[in-house]
Design a protein around this ligand. Sequence first.
Ligand code: GTP
Ligand code: SPV
Ligand code: MN
Length: 606
Amino acid sequence: MAKGNTAVSQWVGEVAGHFKPDRVVWLNGSDEEYRQLLAEAVRSGHLLPLNPEKHPGSYLHRSHPKDVARTEQCTFICTPSHGDAGPTNNWMAPDEAYAMLNRLSGGIMRGRTMYVVPYLMGPKGSPFSKVGVEVTDSLYVAINMRLMTRMGEVALEHLGGSGDFVKGLHSLGTLDPEKRYICHFPQDKTIYSINSGYGGNALLGKKCFALRIASWQGRKEGWLAEHMFLMGVEDPKGKITYIAGALPSACGKTNLAMLQPPVKFGGYRIWCLGDDIAWLRVGPDGQLWAVNPEAGFFGVAPGTSVKTNPNMMKTIAQNSLFTNVALGPDGTVWWEGLDPPENTRGYVDWQGEPWDLASGEKRAHPNSRFTAPMSQCPILSPRWDDPQGVPISAILFGCRRSVLVPLVYESLSWEHGVYLGAALSSETTAAAVGTTGIVRRDPMAMLPFCGYNMADYFQHWLDLGKRLAKPPKIFRVNWFRVDANGRFVWPGFGENIRVIKWIVDRVNGQAPAVKTPIGWLPSPRELQADDLDISKEGWETLLGVDKPAWVEAAQRQAEFFERFGDRMPAKLLAEGRDLIARLKEESHPRGAPGQPSGAGTPSGAG
Ligand code: GTP
Ligand code: SPV
Ligand code: MN
């Protein structure tokens, strides 16, 4: 089959000559082939079958303990000029990177099978869609690619006789973290990843292609590749408003994309189209249109439960993979956030070690994950696979900030909205290796994923806005404000519908808002949240604007922009200055419905 495309077969031949696998197996994506891959993974110990009644068709995988999250320090953008990668990416010169990678990987697949995985990112027959081919010696990766992408024949059909595909070279190697590299060569449409088997490092269609390489392609071709969920919000009259939203890793995209409204908002329905990546284009009608290039979910397990995300619990009820979660004696999986078992005898933690609940230690890895096909989502939008995508009316930039940033506010314009995105900062999570809970700047939630200089990226956003007849409204959200005891003030999850409804009403021109120096805010009344147990102080925390703290945050933001030197768009620097001027305006009416929210370390300006 596949070998019909000479560009692909020639490249696969070259790679095999270098990696020297014992066998080369081309995957066609069929059900029968998938069954065989699973059986082989069980035989070789890569997957453990779970209880067939409680988790039909599902398996557990345990990673090497030093290979459980993305490793940003090992991730490189290899462009001829350092300036094209920019100050926020690790950079290596392409020649040097290829030489080093080739030296480390000669014969790396000896004794192993090399799987050739052709895959399509985006719906079949869509002008948005693009083809990748990943070679890998990991069965776990091959199986995940089957769940996460449109894999096999469909990709090669899309490619036809063309040589326009993204080349992905992946080997587990020895999993040595010291020799781990995830290198991107956008000008060659090539990704080279060795010594890791973890999701974002190894499923090359996801962050490596659909964000890092695609963002570069998008800039050249006039579109955007973003770290965004996609959802439709249906109101009681049946009107559906489509929203795309960027939040940093492990900050709530999946949960928002599958939101289950509480009874009080029973007239509203959420339709899920994607939970991690969106490709956005300006349509002939001047609207922004989006598709999700993926076909599966690779979601965070801890915190996922019937209470927080019932739709995901149904999605992963069968035919799913679980990575680095705990295991019960009856072959069921467990993670923090699920009800604790009555008796923990026979349970093992994510590394297979015995555990008892009383010790209080984490039993699933904090970045443990599940993989499931989108088709199993009970609220999947009928348009999730639409080759034309869906028209976007609102864009959210969300963050995880315990202080300063209100629950929700709307930008004053597209340009101010781009500033909101560029000024995003968030507390770090377990999705990447490193200390968690530290505030870091993460423009558009793309800091680890933008395949080129972020100053050029900001300019690309500004330019794209000029081509939009009716630009989507842009909002900031933050579900993560805490009180003096460190408890979340906002209930989050399903209750986020109150904020989403306000956003939809703003888009459709029906909701009041208060103008503040940072943007438009709702009052508690507009959020229809009287029935929530939130004190007066709680509301002040959620909707207050602490002007002095914001001034300081905006100044820090300007310092961040300075890192980009002359490449930084003047328009965004002006947005920052205007924000400070508005905050300092003596005569300005009090910012928000509540009092200033008080203490905290200002850092990211929004
Ligand atoms: P990636 O897959 O890493 O890109 O993450 P994501 O952005 O899809 O995040 P996800 O929805 O998986 O949520 C990450 C963590 O945040 C989980 O533990 C969730 O339970 C938690 N979370 C999500 N939404 C909310 C919310 O509204 N409030 C609170 N308090 N926690 C939330
Ligand atoms: C993230 O880290 O943003 C993820 C998981 O969605 S990964 O596939 O590792 O990128
Ligand atoms: Mn993500």
